[in-house]
Design a protein around this ligand. Structure first.
Ligand code: NDP
Ligand code: OXD
Length: 315
């Protein structure tokens, strides 16, 4: 007996199970907490699994993250060791993220909030509007998502710079890498995007000091931050302080240190903040289940799993 278990306490696991049964009708698919015999569970697919959940399955062969980020799985103190962890790398999710990035870059660049405010007051204000080529977008994280977003921003005419851990060569993108080149990257950046994973190195990276190093030479006179990576990366008090002093022009935040964002957070009502509920790039059950079923079929034929998480790097 080989069973597949969905551990998705904050999502409807049954609709995920239905999608997997559709593409792999032969599979014994179960939904947490109804695990059945724990020895039967060979594969788990997880999103925000409860701590200590995965150690219960002695015959686990692979863990699938149902999103691209794996920080919640890796933070489990009793995560079974030696089990491969596969993350999502799929064109559907990547395309959704690039939609979000292009949307928010354009929204700030074309000052849509100012226009909406003017409309609400019946004000006809034809302010100066610069072309995309006057704006440099800096992307922290040039992985699967950052690379696609960079490509699409270039197509819109923006200048694009990028920063990653290891050196990269991307056509049309000035690439920086490592801690020693971070300041040079920030100095070029008018709109900063984070598509970094959550790791100890990226925790709190978007703080007052980093913001003070961003360019103020862009068309808006102060930089913009768009965080679609992980909420632990930005320091909320520093974002608010920088917005209130004018050092930061605006921020789009899709991810937060604690989700859902507390109704008491001052971010909600801040006129320079755009909040989205961690939906920059949703995981579509039909798409992701066919990706997972494909990986299991490969694995059972004796082929390698792909898009494995590197536990040493933490992403
Ligand atoms: P990848 O692993 O493909 O890319 C991660 C990138 O970050 C790589 O370029 C990596 O550098 C870089 N990086 C990691 N650590 C550092 C560091 N310390 N300093 C500099 N660069 C660093 O991930 P994806 O592009 O697929 O996804 C990125 C993140 O986006 C996910 O981990 C997740 O947190 C978030 N996400 C958010 C979603 C949402 O809806 N808001 C949806 C999906 C993902 P290198 O290339 O050198 O390894
Ligand atoms: C994520 C995702 O990692 O939604 O946030 O894929």
């Amino acid at each position: 007996m080989s069973a597949f278990l969905f551990v998705t306490p904050s999502w409807d696991g049954h609709s995920w199970a239905k999608a997997l049964r559709h593409v792999a009708p032969h599979m014994d698919v179960r939904v947490w907490p109804d695990c059945g015999r724990e020895e039967d569970v060979h594969y788990v697919a997880a999103w925000l699994p409860p701590a200590n959940a995965l150690k219960r399955f002695p015959n686990l062969k692979a863990i699938f993250s149902l999103g691209a980020g794996v920080d919640a799985i890796l933070s489990d103190p009793t995560l079974p060791s030696g089990i491969p962890i596969v993350r999502v790398n799929d064109a559907d999710l990547t395309g959704r993220m690039s939609e979000y990035i292009v949307l928010h870059v354009l929204m700030h660049h074309r000052q849509m909030r100012r226009l909406a405010d003017n409309q609400s007051k019946r004000v006809w204000e034809n302010f100066d509007q610069r072309p995309a080529s006057a704006m440099t977008v800096g992307i922290m994280g040039l992985g699967v998502l950052g690379t696609d977003a960079a490509r699409k921003l270039l197509m819109m005419g923006f200048k694009v710079v990028g920063w990653s851990r290891s050196a990269k060569a991307l056509h049309g993108v000035r690439c920086f890498d490592g801690a020693s080149q971070l300041d040079a990257f920030l100095n070029e950046t008018d709109i900063l995007i984070s598509l970094l994973p959550a790791t100890p190195e990226t925790d709190g990276i978007i703080n007052r000091e980093l913001i003070s190093k961003l360019s103020c030479r862009g068309p808006l006179g102060a930089p913009v931050i768009i965080n679609a990576g992980r909420g632990r990366q930005h320091v909320e008090a520093d974002i608010l302080h920088s917005l209130d002093t004018g050092r930061l022009h605006a921020a789009s935040l899709d991810v937060f240190a604690s989700e859902p964002l507390s109704t008491a957070s001052p971010l909600w009502a801040h006129p320079k903040v755009v909040i989205t509920p961690h939906n920059a790039a949703d995981s579509d059950p039909a798409v992701i289940c066919s990706y997972v079923a494909g990986q299991i079929a490969r694995f059972e034929r004796g082929e390698e799993l792909v898009n494995l998480v590197d536990l040493k790097r933490g992403y």
